[in-house]
Design a binder for this molecule. Structure first.
Ligand SMILES: [Ca+2]
Ligand SMILES: [Ca+2]
Ligand SMILES: [Ca+2]
Length: 187
């Protein structure tokens, strides 16, 4: 019983103190995920935290950079304390300034459920898959594999040697709907 009570208190204390730390450093309630400039009521983007330019009226965003804390969707440059949005690192190639290496592995990054992850780590929206434009650096969003999956989801027929997905009802209807006419073969 005593051990149970003890573990419960340890659990509660650690939960409360973790919550306090998060709330104090990343004031998501007050600034909705942005950085809070002291008690002035001003909020600035976390990407502006420790970027070398004062953005808060009192330059609070450039203070205490040795101990800066970045939200989980940002990467912290170790020397400057600058918070870089992971989105910018993986989609736009943004890096820490100076000689500092941006030690973030985009290939290990998670994309949200509405997005597809390119080999480079870039997240592209599902709506740009198989739209005949390369949105990934290597065009994986237009690969046969991805287009097969998308076409299956629409319950369509994927033409041979192209990314064209046609309605299944147009298969064997007497008209060539695929560039190579394979929708009219093996009927
Ligand atoms: Ca700044
Ligand atoms: Ca595309
Ligand atoms: Ca047809």
């Amino acid at each position: 019983m005593n051990i149970l009570l003890l573990s419960l208190s340890v659990f509660l204390i650690s939960t409360i103190s973790t919550a306090n730390v998060i709330k104090r450093n990343v004031d998501s309630d007050f600034c909705e995920g942005d950085f809070r400039c002291g008690d002035t009521g001003q909020c600035v983007l976390y990407a502006w935290r420790c970027d070398g330019e004062g953005d808060c009226f009192g330059d609070e965003d450039e203070q205490d950079c040795q101990n800066s804390v970045c939200p989980s969707d940002h990467f912290r440059c170790e020397n400057s304390g600058h918070c870089l949005p992971i989105e910018s690192i993986c989609n736009e190639g943004v890096k820490c300034e100076g000689n500092e290496t941006t030690d973030f592995d985009c290939s290990k990054r998670e994309c949200d459920s509405a997005s597809f992850k390119c080999e480079s780590g870039r997240c592209v929206h599902h709506s740009v898959l198989c739209d005949q434009n390369d949105d990934c650096e290597k065009g994986e969003d237009e690969s046969r594999e991805v287009c097969t999956r998308i076409c299956d989801e629409y319950d369509g027929y994927l033409c041979n040697n192209s990314k064209k997905c046609i309605d299944k009802s147009t298969r064997c209807n007497g008209f060539n709907d695929c560039p190579e006419g394979d929708d009219e073969q093996q009927c």
